[in-house]
Design a protein around this ligand. Sequence first.
Ligand code: ADP
Ligand code: MG
Length: 268
Amino acid sequence: MKFTGDTRVLTVSNQKGGVGKTTSAVNIASALAGLGAKVLVIDLDPQGNASTALGVPHSADTPSVYDVLIDEFPLAEIVQPSPEDPNLFCAPSTIHLAGAEIELVAQVAREHRLRRALQDYLVDNAMDFVIIDCPPSLGLLTINAFTAASEVFIPIQCEYYALEGLSQLLGSIQMIQKHLNPALHLSTILLTMFDGRTRLAQQVAEEVRTHFPDQVLETVIPRSVRVSEAPSFGQTVIAYDGQSAGAIAYREAAVEIASRIATQSKEK
Ligand code: ADP
Ligand code: MG
């Protein structure tokens, strides 16, 4: 696949935990890298699950996104290559990031720190995609992601009341648009952990497609044991079992994302 040289910055957000944010962030990133794109994943969750899945060290003494946000380290000093693909990179999170939410409050330009660091980084490190994995909250870490990105990517789990809490998230996006980042928009919704045998999953999928016809990807990610096993091997499912249903679905979703025209992704 050909990439244009413009950088698309997507933030994977949903204030619900366990909906597939991290799984989607790392698997879409790996699949895009497999298509020939250069991809940076920024792990903004203190849990560090994205760093784990990409096989990148993130013990407490590893230079991390914390140092970028709080001590103004250049992003280039903390980014590591993922062993999974030569096109794939990760800015790891460490447990220190848990304190950043509070430490940021007292900082100058606290909402813009990630955006500035990323802008500087991209001058010397061309990337086709930057994918930010957010924690399950709408605090300052997520606000930094919203300020640095132009596209919001929302994974929705097809099992629970999927739309519950979504209006709060959309409200936050509107607030950010108004006050911090006019370019931010909801570009992509991915239905995850889909079990086609249940009526509820089908209802949820229909409901989300009715509300967001332009944003929901055609591809649906099935619930699959292989997907959930992969992180314990420090791998995405793309590397762990590339022929599994989950890997195939994530690759198809990545093709859809790459094929969509990046609207407003260059304005910053
Ligand atoms: P979040 O980042 O939103 O908290 P995760 O991506 O960590 O969510 O996913 C939550 C849990 O669900 C993890 O244990 C993950 O392995 C599992 N999971 C995610 N997607 C799938 C899937 N398609 N099939 C099976 N398990 C999945
Ligand atoms: Mg997560």
